[in-house]
Design a protein around this ligand. Sequence first.
Ligand SMILES: Cc1ncc(COP(=O)(O)O)c(C=O)c1O
Length: 403
Amino acid sequence: MSIESLVKKEIRGPVRISPTRLRLKMPPDVISLAAGDPNFLLPEYIADAVYKAIREGYTHYCFGGDPELKEAIARYYKKFGYEADPMKQVIITAGGSQGIFQAYATILNPGDEVIAFDPSYGGGRSPLRYFGAKLVFSPMKKDAEGYFRIDIEALKEKITEKTKALYMENPGNPTGIVYTKEELEAIADLAKDHNFIVISDEIYTEFIWGGKKHIPIISLPDMEDRTIVIMAMTKMFAWAGMRTGWIISGPNLTSYINRVPTGITGVPWPIQKAAIVALNGPWDFVKGQAAEYEERIDYCVKRLNEMPNIKCVKPEGAFYLFPDISATGLKSAEFCAKLFEQEKLRIVPGSAYGPAVGEGHVRIALVRPLSTQTMPSWFKVEPDKTLEAAMDRLERFTKSLAK
Ligand SMILES: Cc1ncc(COP(=O)(O)O)c(C=O)c1O
């Protein structure tokens, strides 16, 4: 008997190791704009807070999460117009990924269906198989300018009596869209009419461009107890490796989410203490990142639109570009593989975000600086590894395709 027969059937089969996991061993000539882990170095006052907490003895169990952190989170979220009760509505998680997993662990039985948009963030749906649930893609459509928008009629068609939840990121990864009030209201109406939960992944709310405003779907009428908000320090404070995030939900739903046996909170207490310091301000570090991201976006969108057969809109939020490459005649996976082979530049095929609508695009994470940018980076950026250099490589590649 193979060991595999003892393993949960949903996770059997061949292992696929993403090159991202091997990133630290990447050859020196590679530029990776694949994973969304930015280059920014955490400011010293936050790093010091970790050490101070250890020195003060916060190295013990922290059952249920630090109440002061829950208060800081609720205070932070209030800026979006929604007031959560810190003790009844906030759960500390080890990053957005644990939040997503715990949300599904609360609601899914085998055979349930979860709708995600095509295109959408893969990590928002990868846990489904583990719970024996089925993923249903709902295609987005592009507007006249080239922005992805939800197609509410298409979404309606995907709803069945087995639909348990809709997963959405706002702002979107990879689409870069920020949902309008009308779009959120249309989704909320469907959730109420058809009795499903909205998992609202709001991990990029600090990075919104062009005067758009983040509206939390949980703040819409009667949505409190059918919304699970996912957030994290990951992108906000360039904190990916310190694994800190949270869930905000209605008081009833939170009491169920809390019953998922995740053990004691997964975030080491000294890191929680540092998160309190970070969330209590000042916010210069976050504002500085936002300013650098927007410069990167403006530079790269311009460069991309000058390349043959590439079209790219300026995102409304987040720090990804998702240009349309369909005019090159290549499938997105082929485009990325050839680009890597010829130019040692790593980006992600759109098919990873959605098989139908995501295809024909590639995702570029703007996680490296322009040569003119000055915020401290956690790794040395050589002059031939800047964003300008990455765009030069991409330009050479697209020109070689157009020949
Ligand atoms: C939309 C979205 N949600 C969640 C995550 C995962 O976040 P974390 O690293 O906090 O688990 C990511 C990471 O890229 C993301 O883009």
